[in-house]
Design a protein around this ligand. Structure first.
Ligand SMILES: Nc1ncnc2c1ncn2[C@@H]1O[C@H](COP(=O)(O)OP(=O)(O)OP(=O)(O)O)[C@@H](O)[C@H]1O
Ligand SMILES: [Mg+2]
Length: 402
């Protein structure tokens, strides 16, 4: 259907997808990450060892959608897959094991449901999944898996030992079906330390023994440091930094989905939008969405439309992305962030100390640590601080001016 003449582009065909974890119309510029994911799946099918990627980067660069895309690859290869998300709240952190167990049981049900006859190897694997899950407080697993729990396997209550036994007992079944077990952890920096440590330790053991167990992850820029803190074996990970799109990819991310719907951009409009978005995927989607909504022409987005869309998208971002994060900070933390916003990009802690009239870096530690814990800032290097949300500094400066 072509857009009606003399009206706006058809809103029902708006192709943009602003929103956390929403798969974009085209996963632009992530070919090498997708290829790395396929390599893990293909090597596993051949019985070879592989290391799954752990993605890290700023807010809104597209880590979650990439993790989901790799999850889909593993599912398509018949793997047993489980998805969990790290949570900041202590109450939620206690339930990691139960969430893992619940995910495992439903993954096992899907896998078993596909095969007609259950082999002894799979029966044993399911028995351990069942006892692991029962020990985690998941009820009714025997019924749902159709096997009795293997008492004494994976049910001591010690996170690390149980997980290792669980994986150990699943390996023969996974090898028999030439698949893998994939645990996909989003916001991995917020996973409870005991769970994170158990997963890392089992990943390490899996690497040594060639077990088809893979820990995939995604999280903030502090993820490599965080994982190294938890376990020194973290250097075995395949960390992959995810950043903004190149200008060419950002153009494609704006223009291609619109072109599919018969709408084109005036080149100057595209230049303006690409520049304003900084190539950050979340901003590309929010700006593209506003341009589509606001452009009066049915089939072209021109420079003046881009200008209006940028203004509107900026206020949408202020209200959604920035405002809630700013409000999560205490007054002292806001003071530190305001001082950081005077720099573009990274701030030197030494400069912040002077700017805030403090005597030494440790005077800022409480606010600094609190903001890192809340996931609002991170330390890109020794003595440096940076916002985890792109353009947060602009937002703070805007607030200050008005
Ligand atoms: N390669 C891409 N091309 C175009 N748009 C993308 C791309 N990757 C992600 N997006 C879009 O960017 C937005 C953010 O994606 P996503 O939620 O995966 O980011 P994230 O890095 O996980 O963010 P956060 O750190 O806040 O969890 C979504 O609207 C998504 O549709
Ligand atoms: Mg995410």
């Amino acid at each position: 259907m072509q857009p009606e003449k003399g009206g706006r582009a058809d809103q029902t065909r708006n192709p943009y997808t602003p929103g956390a974890g929403k798969p974009p119309p085209a996963l632009v510029g992530r070919e090498s990450e997708l290829a790395a994911g396929r390599t893990v799946v293909d090597r596993t099918a051949q019985g070879r060892s592989a290391t799954a990627p752990i993605f890290y980067g700023l807010r809104g660069v597209g880590k979650t959608v990439l993790l989901k895309a790799l999850h889909t690859q593993a599912d398509a290869a018949g793997w047993l897959t489980v998805e969990i998300e790290g949570k900041q709240e202590a109450s939620e952190q206690q339930h990691t094991r139960r969430r893992l167990a619940r995910g495992l049981v439903s993954a096992a049900r899907r896998t078993v449901g596909r095969s007609t006859a259950l082999t002894d190897t799979w029966r044993r694997a399911l028995g351990t999944i069942s006892s692991f899950s029962a020990a985690a407080g998941a009820t009714g697993v025997e019924v749902s898996l159709g096997v009795d729990p293997s008492r004494g396997r994976g049910d001591t209550g010690d996170a690390e030992m149980d997980l290792e036994e669980l994986v150990h007992d699943m390996v023969p079944a996974l090898q028999e079906s030439r698949t893998g077990l994939g645990i996909f952890v989003d916001e991995i920096q917020d996973l409870a330390p005991s769970a994170l440590s158990a997963l890392i330790s089992v990943q390490h053991r899996a690497g040594q023994n060639g077990w088809p167990f893979h820990l995939y992850g995604a999280g903030l820029p502090n993820v490599p440091a965080r994982l190294a803190d938890v376990r020194s074996s973290a250097e075995r990970f395949h960390f992959v930094q995810i950043g903004a799109l190149s200008a060419a990819d950002a153009r494609a991310a704006f223009a291609d989905p619109a072109a599919e719907e018969g709408v084109t951009y005036e080149p100057a409009a595209l230049d303006r939008l690409v520049a304003a978005s900084g190539g950050y995927p979340y901003f590309v989607q929010v700006f593209g969405d506003q341009a589509w909504r606001l452009a009066p022409g049915p089939d072209e987005i021109v420079l003046s439309d881009a200008a209006v869309a940028i203004a509107e998208a900026t206020s949408v971002l202020d209200d959604s992305l920035f405002h809630s994060r700013w409000n999560r900070a205490t007054p002292a933390q806001k003071t530190l962030m305001r001082a950081m916003a005077e720099d573009s990009g990274r701030s030197q802690i030494a400069d912040l100390v002077t700017r805030l009239g403090k005597r030494k870096p440790s005077d800022l530690s409480v606010s600094r640590d609190g903001l890192i814990k809340k996931g609002l800032i991170y330390a890109p290097d020794r003595g440096l601080l940076q916002f985890t949300v792109p353009h947060m500094d602009d937002y703070i400066r805007r607030q200050h001016e008005s």
